[in-house]
Design a protein around this ligand. Structure first.
Ligand SMILES: Cc1ncc(COP(=O)(O)O)c(C=O)c1O
Length: 436
């Protein structure tokens, strides 16, 4: 037995020795249905041999090459993204080894852009009250996720925060016509109080991922936020680390609305979990200003790793060949339908929400008042543990303040019967944890 403690903080986790399709197999051969695609990563499912082969070929041809140099797999990835995935407006790419690094790079690019165009007073970045952008001091700090800041609060740099849309718990009296404007007004008020001309950029997830549990904003929210950013000279960074590359049933989450970001951030699904890779894509306005100013956009040693780029090319090609984004939309509709049927009358489930194959339930102590269970009960952890005991893995969500959220984010290849199992076991797990 090793003396070394890993994970750093101990927990009771299974030993997984094989992954295939939507399944994880532990060392005893027990099969676990992966309803969360790991950490909402595994978009094309596990065990695709051709991805592993492409990675092996890249590793044997160009094991490591410093990031700014070209390699065949890097060129192929840029070409695939340009031809088949990214909007025409995004013309520049920077690759990292994950979502955190990509968000941190995006935040720096927004700051550098403002300096490059002479807006020297624009030195602040704005995040949202319910959000998650990463683990570094800056990305953790700008995240609206108190649970992941514990023990760090007094050392974290300050970022401005605006209220994230949370329709379930919006103030009373709002309706579908007024709720988007309500959040927009809140945002405008904060920006004005800070001094709008001191703000460089605004970072947000188009559909809030696990921190809020798949919260979809009101229909008019994003077009209004885009206009506000334009009006106030603020760079819009969309964190699509969880929502990007098909997860919500369209290529990118923001495409549910008629907007485009200045900077798009991706991770997770870009290489489908086969390799660590993040991507930051900017429009020409941002890219050329930074280039003209002669600023460095420093790479991470393992950014754009040749094997990771080869994995991403293969994953993205499989997605197109098998029309998996369309499948995320149809299977997502099926999942939401089954979840709604299963939980519509459940006394402890306040809402089923999400888009495509990003879904969540919010569990409450009282459905009429929306009162939460006490935090110390860790209800979402209990539900996830009950699920695992029954052979299904769900993803816990919430921020500490937002809580008792359980997320689903399976591979887009999920069949109806696999989705049925995810829903049936979730009902059993909620009942086992809190009753019915
Ligand atoms: C929306 C979002 N942004 C950023 C991150 C951080 O990415 P990573 O864990 O790859 O550093 C995550 C991870 O869950 C995420 O969901």
């Amino acid at each position: 037995m090793s003396r070394m403690s890993w994970p750093f903080v101990a927990g009771n986790f299974p030993l997984i020795t094989r992954t295939e399709g939507l399944y994880l197999y532990d060392d005893s051969g027990r099969k676990i249905l992966d309803a969360a695609g790991g950490a909402v990563v595994s978009n094309i499912g596990h065990g695709r041999g051709r991805v592993a082969e492409a990675m092996a070929a890249a590793a044997s041809e160009t094991s490591y090459v410093v990031p700014p140099f070209q390699t065949p797999s890097r060129l192929a990835l840029v070409d695939t993204l340009d031809q088949n995935w990214l909007p025409r407006s995004l013309t520049r790419a920077h690759f990292s080894s994950g979502g955190t690094e990509a968000n941190e790079a995006a935040m720096k690019l927004a700051l550098q852009y403002q300096q490059a165009i002479g807006e020297h007073q624009r030195v602040k970045l704005v995040g949202r009250s319910i959000s998650y952008h990463g683990t570094t001091l800056a990305t953790a700090s700008i995240s609206g996720h108190p649970g992941r800041k514990r023990g760090l609060e007094s050392a974290l740099p300050d970022y401005v925060s605006v209220p994230a849309p949370y329709p379930l718990r919006a103030p009373e009296g709002l309706n579908l016509d007024s709720i988007g404007q309500y959040y927009l007004d809140q945002m405008r008020d904060v920006l004005m109080a800070e001094g709008a001309d001191t703000i460089a950029g605004f970072i947000a997830e188009p559909i809030t991922g696990s921190s809020g549990g798949a919260i979809v904003p009101p229909e008019d929210y994003w077009p209004k936020v885009r206009s506000l950013c334009d009006e106030l000279g603020i760079i819009l960074i969309l964190d699509e680390v969880m929502t990007g590359f098909g997860r919500t049933g369209l290529d990118f989450g923001y495409q549910h609305w008629p907007i485009e970001p200045d900077i798009l951030v991706s991770g997770k699904g870009l290489a489908g979990g086969y390799a660590p890779l993040g991507g930051v894509f900017t429009n020409e306005r941002v890219g050329s200003a930074i280039e003209s100013a002669g600023y460095q956009v420093m790479f991470n040693t393992f950014g754009a790793h040749p094997s990771a780029c080869a994995a991403a090319v293969e994953v993205l090609t499989i997605m197109r060949e098998e029309e998996l984004v369309e499948r995320a939309a149809t299977q997502g509709a099926y999942l939401h339908n089954q979840l709604s049927l299963a939980f519509s009358d459940h006394p402890f489930v306040a809402e089923v929400r999400g888009r495509g194959l990003l879904a969540a339930i919010e569990v409450v102590a009282d459905r009429s008042t929306l009162d939460r269970f006490p935090q110390e009960l860790s209800v979402s952890n209990q539900i996830v543990a009950e699920g695992l005991d029954r052979g299904v893995f769900y993803y816990f969500g919430g921020t500490g303040e937002v809580r008792d959220v359980v997320c689903l984010g399976p591979a887009f290849t999920a069949t109806n019967s696999e989705i049925d199992q995810m829903v049936d076991v979730l009902v059993q797990s909620v009942t086992a944890a809190v009753g019915n």
